[in-house]
Structures are given as structure tokens and as C-alpha cells.
Design a protein around this ligand. Structure first.
Ligand code: DUT
Ligand code: MG
Length: 156
């Protein structure tokens, strides 16, 4: 009999007052890379995002990202394709030492106003391993084939 140990890191969430009654962020399919984030906007006051405008949308939770990981806030492709809604700073970076409310910076690149209602799944968060490098200054870079080629230097 094989015993499966759950090796996944634990993401502790602290529910804030504006998060009362919201479903927890969740993976919507067995293999989902990201957990969907819900809008903690006021039930009685949905947020209307006009074309070209941006808004910081609260999630109602503090995320205690495990050490050695980051939270990547990414758009949902359905909202991007159908409504032109994306995360302006995608991927948003939630640091493991952040203890404030996670918010989603949405921008409306579509042609219609977009109404964000309470509990709407407006973005997703991928928990990914991340490392800090030790920074050292040197005087000369090592030689490579690419050298300083960038920005299309390899052609199309
Ligand atoms: O989509 C995002 C991006 C960031 N944050 C929060 C968590 C993150 O840890 C903090 C700082 O993010 P970032 O480092 O991108 O912003 P900054 O402009 O560098 O601010 P700071 O000087 O506070 O690091 O803001 C969010 O809630 N959502
Ligand atoms: Mg920062």
C-alpha cells in the first residue's frame, strides 16, 4: 500500500472584515496552476471599471505566503479575451513577508465598462518557488555567444 505524503506548502489565509462570507481562494480544477481570487467589493456597491481605467480590487484576505515562495497574481484569460480585463502589473508579486491585504490591480483594455461584483473571480494566484540571490559586484562579465545581443537579436 503506497502512502502519499502531502508535500505541498501550506498557505495560511487570514480573513479580513471585508472578506466575511467570501469563498476561500481555490483551485477550480484538479490540475489548475492558479487559485482564483475573488473580489471583496461591497455587495451593495459593485465596482464599475470604465475602458482605460484601472482599479486596485481587494481580496479580503492576508496571504501568509510560505518562505521561499512568492504569490504571482495573474489575469484570467477568459476576462482578458471576452472583456479586455487584465492585471496591469502582471504578474503581480506577493512577497512572503507581506502581511497586508492582497489586492488585484485590474485595468480595462476593452471597449465596454466592466462591472466587478462581490465574489467575482477576477484573477488567479500561482504559488511559485523563488530564491534571493547574493548580489556581488564584479568588473568584467563572462564571455558568451549571445554577448550583448537582445531585443530580437536572434531574429523571428
Ligand atoms: O498584484 C499585487 C502586487 C503586490 N501586492 C502587494 C504584495 C507585495 O508584497 C507588495 C509589494 O509589491 P511590489 O513589490 O510589487 O510593489 P512595490 O512598488 O515594490 O512596493 P514595496 O516598495 O512595498 O515593495 O504589494 C499585491 O497585493 N498585489
Ligand atoms: Mg517591492
Amino acid at each position: 500500500m503506497t502512502i502519499h505524503h502531502d508535500t505541498r506548502p501550506t498557505l495560511n489565509l487570514i480573513r479580513l472584515a471585508n472578506g466575511e462570507g467570501l469563498d476561500l481562494p481555490a483551485y477550480e480544477s484538479k490540475g489548475a496552476a492558479g487559485m482564483d481570487l475573488r473580489a471583496a467589493v461591497d455587495e451593495a456597491a459593485p465596482l464599475t471599471l470604465l475602458p482605460g481605467k484601472r482599479a486596485l480590487v481587494p481580496t479580503g484576505f492576508i496571504f501568509e505566503i510560505p518562505e521561499g515562495f512568492e504569490g504571482q497574481v495573474r489575469p484570467r484569460s477568459g476576462l482578458a479575451f471576452k472583456n479586455g480585463i487584465t492585471c496591469l502589473n502582471t504578474p503581480g508579486t506577493v512577497d512572503s513577508d507581506y502581511r497586508g491585504e492582497v489586492k488585484v490591480l485590474l485595468i480595462n483594455l476593452g471597449e465596454e465598462a466592466f462591472v466587478i461584483s462581490r465574489g467575482m473571480r477576477i484573477a488567479q494566484m500561482v504559488i511559485a518557488p523563488v530564491t534571493q540571490a547574493r548580489v556581488a559586484e564584479i568588473t568584467e562579465a563572462s564571455e558568451t555567444m549571445r554577448g550583448a545581443g537582445g531585443f530580437g537579436s536572434t531574429g523571428v
